[in-house]
Design a protein around this ligand. Structure first.
Ligand code: 4AZ
Length: 320
């Protein structure tokens, strides 16, 4: 057992049971797997390489390694985006804002010395369905600013500039990161942050994701991504974390780790929440994230004050 490859005992929060877990395909040993493989077949990264990544931790557990339950992404100093299934389940009370905290700017969990940010409100999508994992998205409003620093704590862009009907296209490379399970067969949670390069497999119009039964994969709200050659994938504990795509130099949030049958099973790719489908909801809950926020439309459209058919300023100039 190495420092960054420790078995994590238990998990405090609503533990996500991805639909289909326990079905065929869950335990699928990848032939080339080595003991030191990361995420699933990813690599250790420094938080400065994915500075939008944060950990969702339990307020009641002081050790960050044991406290970590999910990933999430920084959208702004006050807003974090994660998965609804991290906080809502069919058979347990919803997680309260006071039960969780955010850990930003950290690469290695459990080293001590980190500082946490409290959460004021958990806003799970009202249409999140625990039985299908559809609409698996939640905003976390922070109780205090996360303290952006330009290196290890930086927001990721939302895809406001992208065409939702075509972006991201099939074969777009993407990076998934997190502190989730590194083994397809047992529970081996890393202390160090891991990342893997995967490919978006389905354009928004593609209805089939791997061998998932029709209906389980919902193309309007979900995105399918995987790396089939060596079998790179997100896994349990990565949930809520980012699937990031670089668009002309800007890292953009394409997906949120949501579910899958097992991990790195070539038949069953990772399924992510399709972020482009939730931009209006995000804007309605967190208006300051809207790129147009602050534009005073009223002011722009305001007619000049007119007296006797002449603008007031002209009258003033003329009578000076
Ligand atoms: C989970 O349990 C989970 N392989 C997340 C992602 C994937 C599988 C399971 C994708 O939260």
């Amino acid at each position: 057992m190495t420092l960054n490859s420790v078995i994590k005992w238990g998990c405090f929060l609503v533990v996500s049971i991805p639909i289909g877990s326990g079905l065929a395909g869950y335990v699928s040993a990848q032939p080339g797997n080595k003991d030191d493989d990361r995420i699933i077949n990813g690599q250790e990264v420094n938080i400065s390489q994915v500075p939008w990544q944060v950990a969702v931790v339990s307020s009641s557990e002081p050790n960050d390694f044991y406290a970590q339950s999910c990933g999430a992404s920084i959208l702004s100093e006050n807003w974090i985006l994660s998965a609804a299934h991290c906080f809502v389940s069919a058979d347990q009370p919803n997680t309260a804002a006071a039960d969780i905290e955010i850990l930003a700017g950290v690469t290695t969990l459990g080293e001590g010395g980190s500082s946490r940010t409290a959460v004021q409100q958990i806003i799970a999508h009202p249409s999140y369905d625990p039985s299908t994992t559809n609409n698996d998205i939640a905003l976390l409003k922070l109780a205090a600013p996360v303290g952006l620093n330009g290196t290890s704590k930086k927001p990721i862009a939302l895809p406001f500039e992208q065409l939702t009907a075509t972006w991201p296209a099939a074969n777009t490379p993407a990076t998934v990161s997190g502190w989730g399970n590194t083994s397809t067969t047992e529970s081996v949670y890393p202390q160090a942050l891991m990342a893997a390069e995967v490919d978006v497999l389905t354009s928004p119009s593609e209805t089939q994701c791997g061998s998932y039964p029709t209906g389980d994969y919902v193309p309007d709200t979900m995105l399918c991504a995987a790396e089939m050659t060596v079998g790179k994938d997100a896994c349990q504990g990565d949930s809520g974390g980012p699937l990031a795509v670089e668009v002309a130099g800007t890292w953009t949030l394409a997906g949120i780790v949501s579910w899958g049958y097992g991990c790195a099973d070539p038949q069953y790719p990772g399924v992510y929440t399709r972020v482009t489908s939730f931009l209006d909801w995000i804007k309605s809950e967190a208006p300051e994230l809207d790129p147009d926020y602050g534009d005073n439309e009223e002011e722009e459209e305001e007619e000049e004050e007119v007296t006797n058919g002449l603008p007031v300023w002209l009258l003033y100039e003329a009578t000076k």
